[in-house]
Design a binder for this molecule. Sequence first.
Ligand code: ZN
Ligand code: ZN
Length: 382
Amino acid sequence: MGAQQAMELIIRRARLAEGGVVDVAVSGGRIAAIGALPATLAATTQLDLRGEAWLSAGWIDSHVHCYAASPLYHDEPDRVGIAGGVTTVVDAGSSGADDVADFRQLASGAQTRVLALLNIARTGIRTQHELADLAQIDADAARRAIADHAGFIVGLKARMSGSVVGDNGLHPLRIAKAIQRDNGDLPLMVHIGNDPPRLEEIADLLGAGDIITHCFNGKPNRILTPQGEVRAAVTQALARGVRLDVGHGSASFSFEVARQAIALGLLPDTISSDIYCRNRLQGPVYSLAAVMSKFLAIGMTLPQVIACVTHQAADALRLAGRGRLAVGAEADLTLFTLTDAPQHYLDADGASVHASQHLSPLAAVVAGVLYPTDTWSAEYVC
Ligand code: ZN
Ligand code: ZN
C-alpha cells in the first residue's frame, strides 16, 4: 500500500475494546491497513474518532427475526441491522423450506447482510406450534432449500419447547440432527423454553456445532437447578462443544439466571437479541446494543461483550472472514460510543438492573460503505 493510493474510507484514532487506538483504511470494500497511518494518506471519506469513540469488527446479531412477510415475528432487516450498528443479522428460523426463497428475495434489498437459519418446519414460524405436526418436517425439502440457498442458509433452527412441539417430545430434535448430518453438519440452533421436553433430554442430544439459544431464560426448565447449580446435562453438553446464545427476546432473558451463570463461570458464546418489530419498539429488547449494555451492567467486560458479537459469533455460525479486524478481510465495522450515564434496564421478566454505562452504535460499515445511525455526529467527519 503506497501513500499515493487513495482509500475509500479512513477512520482515524479509533479505540479498540482490547486496548489501544488505531487507524483503519478501507479500499475495494476490504480492510487495507490497520495501525498508525500516514497523515498524508488520502481517502474519499475521512473520519477522526479522536480516541473517544470505539471501533470493532462489524457486530453480528446471531438471532433475529427479520422476514418482513412473516405473520408472527417480523421486521425489516435494516431496522434490526445497520440502524443499530449491526452489519450482519442471522434470522433464526422465521422461514422454512416453503418460504426461504421469498425471505431471501425480500432481504436482498437490505444494506445489512442477512443470513438465515432454516427452520426444520417447512412453514417456518407461521404459527406458534410449527413442530406439533411432524408432517411439517420434510428432510428432502430442507435439503433442496439448503442447496438452492447455499451461502444464505448458514444453519438450522429447531424450537424445542412445549408449545412448539406439542406431543412430539424430542422427535423434532432427532429429525433436526439427522437433517444436520445429511447437510454437511451445519450449525443447529435449538430454542429452549417450557417443557416438555426437559432441558436435560435436549442437551443430551446436542454436540459440537450446536447452539442453545435463550440460554439465560428464567423459566423453570432453565439451565440452572432450583439450587442454583448448572444442570449436569448442560455442563456435559458444553464440554462436547455446545455453545450458549443469549436470544434475549420478549420472554427469554433473566438477569438473575445470567448473573448466577456468569458467577459460575458460564459466559455466553454469543450475545443476540431475538429482536423483531414489537420487542424492538416496545421493549424489553430495543436493540442489540441495549442487550450488550445489560451484560456490561451485570459484570462482563467490554472485550468479552464485543467478542460475543464479533469473532465468537462468526465462529459459532462459521462465517469465514467475518468478525475479525484483519487486513484483507471484508470491511464490516461497527463504530460506537460507551457513555457514562445512569440507566435502568429491564429483563424479560420485568426485573431491573442499574447500569452506569451504555453502548450506543454510531455507524455500521458494510463492505466499506458507511451507514450512520441516529446517534452519529458530524463532528467525526474530517
Ligand atoms: Zn425462540
Ligand atoms: Zn427467536
